[in-house]
Design a protein around this ligand. Structure first.
Ligand code: ATP
Ligand code: MG
Ligand code: FE
Length: 336
């Protein structure tokens, strides 16, 4: 069964062909990062326009690379939320047009369900139930994946998402956009114990997160140095911030895994490609005798292959959308 998947929720125009839910025949991603770097972040209007310019050629490339034609495709999967409304609309309109013209079923996919599903691509043995930490640009969720497409959110961030905190701190220490990968890189030269930034633990809701405090602490530290006329070390600040965030993500995840008695734990989303987070999680899982799953970096950040995987399992469950499918910018996980 072949799914053609389309993803355009933020600043990546992406299309992929996925066979039987777990085999990626093609995964084409056209990133707009260079364009948005000029403005220090994603400009929604520019993102929508770029999607329109690129989407047809990205889809054609995905079909070509997979060596299939539209006739071979069994269903069209598309991200319909959450994300930037104008950006989402480009993918949704395109998917509807193709599905209608080629008489194929249409399956709208939740973007975060896609991020979680990215784990199925390289771990053929992974099946629900398992626990998943979703850490992306807009989300920080601790999710119990009860079954394919069935989720219980155990905890979430009260303020900034983890990726958002990486991006803001990167800007403050002069690394620019996109911040996550740059902090990851310079941290390798820094001392993670150089500065003690706060780790926020929510007493009443142990699986919730908060990252605005650590972000403010970094800003205060920089201001303090400036006022005292002292210099600060970029790599040390980056590494210490990264360690503070990672510590909390690991602690909350391990507590949840133990409490829910699950022996399988996965990470997903752009921040899941962070090398310090991956190694800290790996160590913690080994210590607690838990199987640890994570996607390759290319499947962590936005891509359409993960949408194709999620669409496949939705297809099996009978999910079909009509021609009235619309973009839903604040779609909740588990909603249909
Ligand atoms: P969402 O998925 O919540 O809608 P998004 O699609 O914009 O948001 P992703 O594409 O999943 O987010 O991830 C992008 C985020 O991941 C950015 O905030 C980026 O800084 C962060 N990121 C990417 N690589 C790394 C890394 N190596 N270390 C830390 N953060 C990273
Ligand atoms: Mg992106
Ligand atoms: Fe994403």
């Amino acid at each position: 069964l072949l799914i053609l998947a389309i993803e355009s929720s933020c600043d990546e125009t992406a299309a992929a062909v996925v066979k039987n839910g777990r085999e990626v025949l093609s995964n084409v991603i056209s990133s707009q990062i260079a364009l948005h770097t000029l403005y220090g972040g994603v400009v929604p209007e520019i993102a929508s326009r770029k999607h329109i310019e690129k989407i047809n050629q990205v889809i054609e490339a995905a079909l070509d690379e997979a060596k299939v034609t539209l006739d071979d495709i069994d269903a069209i999967g598309v991200t319909y939320g959450p994300g930037l409304v104008g950006a989402l609309l480009v993918g949704v309109a395109e998917a509807k047009a193709i599905a209608y013209a080629a008489r194929k079923p249409l399956i709208g996919v939740h973007h975060i369900e896609g991020h979680i599903a990215a784990n199925f691509i390289e771990h053929k043995e992974l099946e629900p139930p398992f626990l998943c930490l979703v850490v992306s640009g807009g989300h920080t969720h601790l999710v119990c994946v009860k079954d394919y497409g069935e989720f219980e959110i155990l905890g979430r961030t009260r303020d900034d998402a983890a990726g958002e905190a990486f991006d803001k701190v990167a800007r403050a220490i002069g690394l620019g956009y996109p911040g996550g990968p740059k902090i990851d890189k310079v941290s390798k030269e820094g001392n993670p114990d150089a500065i003690e930034f706060p780790r926020a633990h929510m007493g009443d809701t142990p699986y919730d997160f908060s990252f605005s405090g650590v972000k403010s602490a970094v800003l205060n530290y920089l201001n303090g140095c400036k006022m005292k006329g002292e210099t600060w070390n970029q790599a040390d600040v980056a590494a210490s911030f990264q360690k503070a965030v990672t510590d909390v993500l690991v602690a909350n995840s391990m507590q949840a895994v133990k409490e829910y008695g699950l022996r399988k734990f996965a990470i997903a989303g752009g921040v899941a490609s962070n090398s310090a987070l991956r190694s800290a999680m790996k160590e913690a899982c080994e210590k607690n005798d838990i199987d640890f799953y994570y996607p390759s970096p290319i499947f962590c950040t936005d891509n359409a292959a993960m949408i194709g995987v999620a669409a496949y399992y939705e297809y099996l469950k009978g999910t079909r959308h009509g021609w009235d499918l619309n973009a839903v910018p604040n779609l909740k996980l588990g909603e249909r």
